[in-house]
Ligand binder design. Structure first.
Ligand SMILES: O=C(O)CCC(=O)C(=O)O
Ligand SMILES: [Fe+2]
Length: 305
């Protein structure tokens, strides 16, 4: 068993106050991790794409997110010591993450016709879909009407393009249409979670009265690094799935409603090698950003009476 030294854990396991109503931070550290798989677990409605985001797209999203400053230092909130100003390893220009005690950001799109965000230029751009220099710029239009930042519109467009292009036997059409409906009204919510070192996330089902079916979990971080997601069923069945940076996990149907998902707090994950199933790697947790993309149920975007 070897420890992957490429993935320095740059911050210790520090306290945090994840504010998502349905997903609190995991408390204790899991001392004896099970061996996680890199393969899609046999859970109906769960679809896993370990390398859906190319490194180029991955790095671009990170740079754009970093520029938005969600996690930038606010002097009053800076409870971290000056020793925490090392490079994160997330990529260039990620200084914003280094000193921040914040670890979560939520973004909401306005209620829009489904095709206003995520479809505007889907059919005429191959590859990354990141050619923003065009005079006729559907991403800019979508951004203006959705209220989402440009990077989020572009990411959703890119996910739509790449997932719709997946063969139907790997991702059934009805599941694609669940995540990217072509008619009706849609209000998107994005949540960004920043994990440092061995931080975890309590096991949960995303709020069933607030979020629709079809949830995308995108993982960002140093190349080769990632985290283990634990999926648990009331029957007692448990699956441990390694989510590398650049991966996208789609939860729908049973996987979304009948299985809890969470991230055990620990600094090293044991992961079965993809090439040699007899070999187990110990992969040190590094900093990780996840971007969860969900649709709000009708009316769930209105808070209060
Ligand atoms: O960090 C992750 O990948 C999981 C996030 C999550 O489950 C949530 O935001 O509800
Ligand atoms: Fe969740």
């Amino acid at each position: 068993m070897d420890v992957d030294d490429d993935c320095d854990s740059l911050f210790g396991s520090s306290g945090s106050d994840r504010g998502d109503a349905d997903a609190g931070q995991c408390g204790g550290v899991d001392e004896q991790p099970q061996v996680a798989s890199r393969q899609t677990p046999p859970i109906a409605g769960l679809f896993f794409f370990p390398a859906l985001l190319s490194r180029e797209v991955h790095d671009r999203v990170l740079a754009q997110v970093s520029d938005c400053g969600y996690f930038s230092l606010d002097a009053d909130e800076d409870e971290r010591g000056s020793d925490d100003t090392e490079t994160t390893g997330l990529g260039d220009g990620k200084d914003a993450y280094d000193r921040s005690p914040r670890n979560q950001a939520m973004l909401f799109a306005r209620l829009l016709p489904c095709n206003a965000v995520g479809q505007a230029d889907a059919d005429n751009k191959a590859g990354t879909g990141y050619d923003s220099a065009e005079a006729d710029d559907p991403a800019a239009d979508a951004q203006a009407c959705s209220g989402l930042p440009r990077w989020a519109v572009e990411l959703i467009q890119h996910l739509r393009q790449t997932l719709m292009a997946v063969a139907d036997d790997q991702l059934p059409l009805d599941v694609k249409q669940l995540v990217f409906p072509t008619s009706g009204m849609l209000s998107r919510q994005l949540i960004l979670n920043l994990y440092r070192g061995g931080e975890g996330l309590a096991s949960h089902v995303d709020l069933v009265n607030r979020f629709a079916d079809g949830i995308l979990l995108c993982s960002f971080g140093p190349s080769g690094c990632g985290t283990v997601m634990e999926l648990t069923h009331a029957s007692g069945k448990v699956h441990q799935l390694f989510l590398p940076s650049g991966s996208v996990l789609l939860l729908s149907r049973e996987a979304r409603y009948e299985w809890k998902h969470g991230i055990p707090a620990r600094s090293i994950d044991l992961v079965r090698s993809a090439d040699d199933p007899g070999h187990v790697e110990a992969i040190a947790r590094s900093i990780r950003l996840s971007i969860t993309i969900r649709s709000m149920l009708p009316g769930a975007d209105i808070v209060g009476e």
